[in-house]
Design a protein around this ligand. Sequence first.
Ligand SMILES: NC(=O)c1ccc[n+]([C@@H]2O[C@H](COP(=O)([O-])OP(=O)(O)OC[C@H]3O[C@@H](n4cnc5c(N)ncnc54)[C@H](O)[C@@H]3O)[C@@H](O)[C@H]2O)c1
Length: 412
Amino acid sequence: MNGLTRPRPRSFSGMDYPETKKKRNFAGKILLAAMLTVLCIYILKNSSSFTTPTPFSRHEPGVTHVLVTGGAGFIGSHAALRLLKDSYRVTIVDNLSRGNFGAVKVLQEQFPEPGRLQFIYADLGDPKAVNKIFRENAFDAVMHFAAVAYVGESTLEPLRYYHNITSNTLVVLEAMAAHGVKTLIYSSTCATYGEPLKMPITEDTPQIPINPYGKAKKMAEDIILDFSKNSDMAVMILRYFNVIGSDPEGRLGEAPRPELREHGRISGACFDAALGIIPGLKVKGTDYSTADGTCIRDYIDVTDLVDAHVKALAKARPSKVGIYNVGTGKGRSVKEFVEACKKATGVDIKVDFLERRPGDYAEVYSDPSKINRELNWTAQYTNLQESLQTAWKWLKSHQNGYRRSMSLALTY
Ligand SMILES: NC(=O)c1ccc[n+]([C@@H]2O[C@H](COP(=O)([O-])OP(=O)(O)OC[C@H]3O[C@@H](n4cnc5c(N)ncnc54)[C@H](O)[C@@H]3O)[C@@H](O)[C@H]2O)c1
């Protein structure tokens, strides 16, 4: 020590000692650089030029690129298969909440060539994600299948249904409008008609849905129709009746989640009974005013249904809206269905006949003459037993659904 006392660091307001100041400047520069880097990454990520162009991101003459929402699900996967077979370019968007990645894997194995099929994992309830998908891909048309789709569940969780069906359709439609995608094929349902007084159901039958599922679909239809009044979008709304069957070549099938069994449809219940997963079938209501006292429904094979979509896509025209029932036009009773299922599975399924279930209506079947006439579409797979046999064959060889293929890594 030289006896000199070092001045104690003091600071005055607005003044710093040079060393501290240097350090602060340095830290400030680092912070600024970090902020600028983050900003650049953000701008780049959100600019369309950031992503490497792929066949999916540009329009190509002679190639129609279809966005299939819900393409990992039962109907969506069959539609994607048909589109790919017909040389369309397909992007599947699905959040796998209900569908099976195994179905996508089957499609990828069938069509491995670049630029044929891509899968994007996303939730349609997320507008940012949906917009990003539309920004980064050049779609020519959208087939909007994605939805939760169980009448019983909709009465227990109505908000989920309005959100997933109505609100998500709005998100898709807004993205289509914002990104100039001009063709929409929409999956609607005969549940939008409710309990019509007169059969068969035509497209002019008043729509008075009686459950949240039917109401949510009707609202989605209304949104689409209102939008289409002032737009040049080509819109096709297809109202399906009860969908059964599976790919005749056995590549795809219907594999609903086991937890949805209680809300399931009649074909699933019949197969579960035939497999011994449930002890038997409970047929509710034998005193309806129908020939054998059980309810009557119109069962449409999924192969016919996807054919209707392809025909609708081909006939979709700007500024035009087409609304079509997709059914066979022939009603089959529950008893008839169960007998066909027994024959298709070769199992003598145990059947208990119980009281009516509230909310079930006696008869529902379509008048498909409009779609026959205008889209030149007629149901071909109208043998109930054969459709059930095809579905049963797939199910028997996939008793764990698509689970085997699920072990393969998710690639997207
Ligand atoms: N199956 C029938 O009998 C029937 C009858 C009439 C109408 N429909 C309609 O057909 C369409 C397809 O039905 P399905 O039987 O194939 O059902 P499904 O449950 O097998 O498929 C629906 C698909 O949509 C996906 N999905 C659901 N919500 C999503 C979301 N928010 N974001 C992304 N993906 C989502 C699911 O993961 C699933 O893969 C639905 O719109 C349904 O309302 C079905």
